[in-house]
Design a protein around this ligand. Sequence first.
Ligand SMILES: *Cc1c(COP(=O)(O)O)cnc(C)c1O
Length: 454
Amino acid sequence: MTSQDSALPEAVAARLPQERRVVTDIPGPNSRALQERRKAAVPPGVGSVLPVQVTDADGGVVVDADGNSFIDFGSGIAVTNVGNANPRVVERVKAQVERFTHTCFMVAPYEGYIAVCENLNRITPGDHEKRSMLVSSGAEAVENAVKIARYATGRQAVVVLDHGYHGRTLLTMTLTAKNMPYKHGFGPYAPEVYRMPLAYPYRWPSGPENCGPEAAAQVIDQITKQIGPENLAAVLAEPIQGEGGFIEPAPGFLPALAEFCRTSGALFIADEIQTGFARTGDLFACEHEGIVPDLITTAKGIAGGLPLAAVTGRAEIMDAVHGGGLGGTYGGNPLACEAALAVLEEIERYDLARRARRIGDIMLPRLRALAERFPAIGDVRGRGAMIAIELVRPGTKEPDPELTAEIARRCHARGLLALTAGTYGNVLRFLPPLVIPEHLLNEGLDVIEEAFAA
Ligand SMILES: *Cc1c(COP(=O)(O)O)cnc(C)c1O
C-alpha cells in the first residue's frame, strides 16, 4: 500500500483483492455459456454494457464467472458510491433481514423510514423546513415530484431540458430527451411536457463564455411565449446531466432558472438521482452554485445498491397533497432504509465528498493530458468523481460514437469497466466508487490511455 492508500476509508479493507486481473478473453467461456442461457430467457430490449456474468464485487472491483477482476469505473451507474458490498451496509441489512423484511409503510410504519427522511431533510440544500417521501426507483421519485408540483401549484406545464434524462416510465420517458433507445416506438407520450435548450458549453454556438446567460434567456423567453409563466408548474433539471453525457450546465444557467421559477410561482425541481450523495464533490451538486431547489429527487447512490429513492422538499409543498395521495407497496422498504442509513454514516464518517474531489483532481489532469495527445478527445469535463470525455472526429465537433464504443470495448478487454453516454453516444463516462483505492484509480487511467494508444 502506498501512503495515499492509507488515507482511504477502512470500508475498503476489502474481502476481495483490490486488483485488475484478466485471465480469459472477455467474455470468457463461463460468461459465454451464461450469455446463451440469457438469450433464451431475457429479451434483448434489456441490454448490458459488459458481456460477462458477475459472481462477486467488493470495494472497487467486479469479478466475473471466469475469475476476471475488473476495475469498477461505473459503480452500477453511480449507485455503489460507498463501494460494492460495503461492510456496514451489509451489516445493517443483515440485522434487518432477520427482524422483518416488509410491512408496507402505508400499512404499518417503522423507524428506519422516518430516520432516512429525517436525514434527507437535514442534508439536502436549504435550511427551511422539509419533508421527504420514499419510493423504490428514480423514475418513481421523478413521477412523484411532478405529481406533487402540479398539486401544490395547481398548474400543469413541466419544463425539461435538451439532453435530459429522467427515467423510462411513461411520464419520465416523456421527460427524457433522447429518442433512441429510451422513447422510440413507446409513444404516445404524456402531455404538458415542454423541452427547452440546455446551456451546453462545449456545443454552444457563440462559445462557452456567453453560454449560461444566453441559454437562460432563451429558456425564459420560450416559457413566457409558449407556456405562460402562470401555467408553469415546475422546471425539472439535472444539476449535471447524467445519461446526456455529464454535461455541466454553464455557470449562471441553473441559478437563473431557479430564480425565474421563484418569481413565477413555479417550482424548481433538481433531479439529483445521479449526482447526489457526494458523487460530484459536494453532498448534492446543486450546492456548487448555491441553488436551493423546492423539490429534490434522489435515488442511485442513496442505499449502496438496494432499491430506494426519495422526494424531498419544502414542507408546505410536500404537505399540500391529500392523505393517501402518495405511496407505493415497496416504497421505503425496511432493508433499503437500513442500507441508506449505513450509506449516510459512511459518507459522513469518511468525508466521501472530499474523496470525490480528490478523485476528480487525479482524473481531470490526466485526461486533459490525454486530450493533448489524442485530438479525438474534444472535451474533458465533470466534477468530483463524475468525469467524462467527449469524442469527436479530429478537428471538428462531429460526434464519434463508433470510436467511443471501440474504446469502451478495449477498456473492457483490458479489465476496466467503463460506461458510455451522451445524446450522440460519443461520451465515455467514469463513475468510480468513492472508496476506490488510488492505485486502482491510476491503473484505470493507464488502461484508458492504452485503449487510445492501441
Ligand atoms: C437513473 C436516473 C433516473 C431514473 O432512475 P431509475 O432508478 O433508473 O428509475 C432519473 N434521473 C436521473 C438523473 C438518473 O440518472
